[in-house]
Design a protein around this ligand. Structure first.
Ligand SMILES: Cc1cc2nc3c(=O)[nH]c(=O)nc-3n(C[C@H](O)[C@H](O)[C@H](O)COP(=O)(O)O)c2cc1C
Length: 225
């Protein structure tokens, strides 16, 4: 797939077919994605593929804590959004809920929707990113972002959809319990991956971006304006 087409067509997929992604396909995607740059070529990311019973155990472990009201304690907290960032967050919800037939005031349906994230959107496979806790946050997060985007783009070449998810790793001890990720690693995020369910309405979502005019390229910096 052409790189521009891949960047333009990538979007978050939140509904999947149960078809398993072949191990060989996943290996190819991760091998390609690991071409991501990192300063000093430190390659600080660590990838753990979870599927089958292990993934189910994490899903339902997450749901149990969430529904019991246990406050999430991610290794990297994103924090609340305010101002223009909060506006964009709300705009996203305003797009998603009608697609899913969820009324704004329906707290129960909204909670169910939230829970999907903690279930890795019921994807057959998820990739967990972690890194050694001896590393600086900058090295962990910047390089994780680069390989994450590569995974999401490379997946498209194999007709696979992805959704990056903080929700899946909001209870990192659940992830640790069912994987071999030790205490000495910080869990960063998850990527749900699988074949997209064409009937799942939220997959039709085209998230918005700010218009190009908001990008600051002063004409004076160019010889011809
Ligand atoms: C670091 C990161 C964490 C995210 N976590 C979640 C999540 O927990 N749940 C979710 O539904 N989407 C999550 N997303 C997906 C974003 O909501 C999505 O990328 C954004 O709305 C833009 O939409 P698009 O991916 O379809 O272009 C996350 C994205 C990133 C980059």
């Amino acid at each position: 797939m052409d790189i521009v087409e891949a960047i333009r067509s990538r979007k978050s997929i939140r509904g999947y077919k149960s078809t398993l992604v072949a191990k060989e396909t996943l290996k190819e995607i991760l091998d390609i994605a690991a071409r991501a740059p990192s300063s000093d070529n430190a390659q600080t990311w660590e990838l753990t593929v979870v599927t089958g019973e292990v993934l189910d155990s994490i899903r339902w472990g997450n749901v149990e804590l969430l529904t019991s009201g246990v406050v999430p304690n991610p290794d990297f907290a994103l924090g609340r959004l305010e101002g223009v960032y909060r506006r964009r967050e709300v705009e996203l919800a305003i797009q998603v809920f009608p697609l899913m037939g969820i009324a704004r005031e329906d707290r129960d349906e909204r909670a169910q929707w939230r829970q999907r994230g903690f279930r890795f959107f019921d994807a057959p496979t998820a990739i967990i990113l972690s890194a050694d806790s001896s590393l600086s946050e900058s090295r962990i997060l910047l390089y994780a972002g680069l390989i994450t985007q590569n995974i999401c783009l490379a997946a498209l070449n194999y007709d696979l959809g992805t959704c990056i998810g903080m929700q899946g790793v909001m209870y990192p001890d659940v992830v640790r319990q069912f994987t071999n990720i030790p205490e000495s690693k910080r869990i960063i995020l998850s990527i749900a991956i699988g074949y997209l369910d064409g009937d799942f309405q939220a997959n039709k979502l085209e998230s918005k971006r700010e218009p190009m005019e908001s990008i600051n390229i002063p004409p004076a910096n160019y010889p011809n304006g």
